[in-house]
Design a protein around this ligand. Structure first.
Ligand SMILES: [Zn+2]
Ligand SMILES: [Zn+2]
Length: 170
């Protein structure tokens, strides 16, 4: 869904859209499906820039980092971006991680793509270590049993989890 700059009235354009987003590639190489994406806010001109201020909501399918079960994570967060007309492409890598630059997106000066706005924001909101629940008990390091479903018979399985994990990473 593209918004043409010359269709934005001086007082700004109210946006409240449900968008279709392509799956997002995670750091792990996994593709996460994204659904129910809603982008809501105001798009206005600021000199030759465009500014979007609002929020994004979505549901994303992730894999729990503890029990390895797929689950659906609702995401919600503020979305504030500034679009600056200029050469398209990624900002230089050294600057890419600087917080203020994350809000600055180059565009072609003619139109902006709302899916891209929502997508980038969702990407930034995805937890690094997703958990199906804070209290997720994960897998038994001895027998691999899913401890959320049933306790296994291993003695002291839970106390030894940390020691075993550090041994495995050596
Ligand atoms: Zn879990
Ligand atoms: Zn066990």
């Amino acid at each position: 869904m593209f918004i043409e700059v010359n269709k934005i009235p001086p007082e700004g354009l109210e946006i409240d859209r449900v968008l279709q987003i392509q799956p997002i590639q995670l750091g792990s190489g996994e593709q996460a499906k994204v659904g129910d994406v809603r982008l809501k806010g105001t798009l206005r001109r600021a000199g030759s820039d465009l500014e979007f201020r609002g929020g994004v909501e979505a549901g994303i399918s992730l894999t729990c980092s503890r029990c390895l079960e797929p689950f659906r994570q609702p995401l919600e967060g503020p979305c504030h971006r500034i679009f600056r007309a200029g050469p398209l492409g990624k900002p230089e890598s050294e600057h890419a991680l600087v917080e203020e630059d994350l809000a600055l997106t180059p565009f072609d000066g003619i139109r902006i793509n709302l899916e891209e706005v929502a997508r980038e924001q969702i990407y930034l909101t995805i937890p690094l270590k997703p958990l199906c629940e804070e209290s997720c008990r994960g897998l038994c390091p001895h027998c691999g049993a899913a401890l959320n479903t049933e306790p296994c018979g291993c003695p002291e399985a839970r106390q030894e989890t940390e020691t075993l994990t550090s041994k495995l990473t050596l």
